[in-house]
Design a protein around this ligand. Structure first.
Ligand SMILES: Cc1ncc(COP(=O)(O)O)c(C=O)c1O
Length: 312
């Protein structure tokens, strides 16, 4: 995790010494983290040519597993990346890795699939001839309490979200350079995370999470055209619809974001993380009733999803 005096990130977890000895899945083998290695000829390392998913384990089940697999398999299909197994095979690999680590709950997963080892250090996909590389890292992970208490400081950054015709921002690809540049720009502006605009200048998303504002009891988020199709984002929108909270996917500008009553980020790791400020302007720091309500609804939704999986 981040050192205590470093700026927070949206993915800060409590330090857990057990993570020093975790076992990692690499192409069917489950080995100590010090032994977990991927070739320097791997397409993921050479080119960022791969797809990944972040998921969380609750009471032995992966929350919203089917939603994550829908996105993962769609992404792989879109870039002709053969997964080499079906979702039952992925679940089996996840289960074996969790069992090898004795993990049951408060676990974060990074499931990564690349186009595999290349015969030469060049770009053409046909140079990847030995099949994909599948790696599963599971870590003991509880988001630090300060994320909820202090919230995240956002800075609007010059880096924008791309058009689907360049690199579709819906790809959860290994290459996250666009997001990394945005994060660096935010850090250089003294903030924790970058608020990214779309090519027309409407507020879109952050470099690692989806972005919501609350104005006069209404929940607003971007149209979804230029952001990651976040599983948590979709769940929050659905929860609002199911519980009579007005929710809108729409274009809005910084004008409305600066004037929001509440703002929060969504992502698998932190669920809903409050925003403390945008470009140095505080987001109303009184109680966050709508964010808190959505957070409670989301917690309940996870519990129901896990119970349904347990009953299968
Ligand atoms: C750029 C970006 N936005 C949003 C998200 C959140 O997506 P999810 O809610 O599926 O975790 C992610 C997660 O990987 C991301 O990389």
């Amino acid at each position: 995790m981040h050192s205590a005096d470093a700026a927070p990130t949206t993915h800060d977890a409590d330090d857990d010494p057990r993570n020093r000895d975790i076992r990692i899945y690499v192409n069917g083998e489950i080995v100590h983290r010090d032994e977990a290695k991927v070739s320097v000829y791997d397409s993921g390392f050479l080119l960022g040519d791969g797809m990944w998913e972040g998921m969380r384990l609750h009471d032995g089940h992966w929350a919203f597993f089917d939603d994550h697999m829908d996105r993962f398999f769609d992404s792989c299909k879109a870039v002709s990346l053969e997964v080499g197994m079906d979702r039952a095979g992925i679940l089996d690999a996840l289960t074996r890795t969790a069992e090898a680590n004795g993990m049951v709950t408060d676990v974060h997963c990074r499931l990564m699939l690349t186009r595999g080892i290349k015969s030469k250090p060049f770009q053409h996909p046909a140079l990847s001839r030995s099949g994909p590389t599948l790696v599963i890292i599971l870590e003991h992970s509880r988001p630090v309490a300060t994320l909820q208490a202090k919230g995240i400081r956002l800075a609007t950054v010059p880096q924008v979200r791309g058009l689907p015709t360049s690199q579709d921002p819906k790809f959860n690809s290994h290459s996250k350079l666009n997001c990394v540049i945005a994060c660096l720009q935010a850090e250089q502006a003294g903030a924790d995370e970058g608020l990214m605009l779309d090519p027309l200048g409407f507020v879109n998303t952050t470099n690692a999470c989806n972005f919501f504002i609350v104005r006069r009891g209404e929940v607003w988020t971007s149209t979804g055209d230029y952001c990651m199709n976040g599983v948590t984002r979709a769940k929050v929108i659905q929860l609002c619809r199911d519980n009579g909270i007005p929710v809108f996917e729409k274009n809005f500008s910084l004008y409305e974001a600066y004037g929001a009553d509440e703002a929060f980020l969504t992502g698998t790791f932190g669920a809903q993380t409050p925003v403390a400020s945008i470009d140095g302007k505080p987001v109303d720091d009184r109680a966050r009733p709508v964010t808190e309500r959505i957070r409670a609804l989301y917690k309940d939704l996870i519990a129901r999803d896990i119970a349904a999986q347990a009953g299968r």
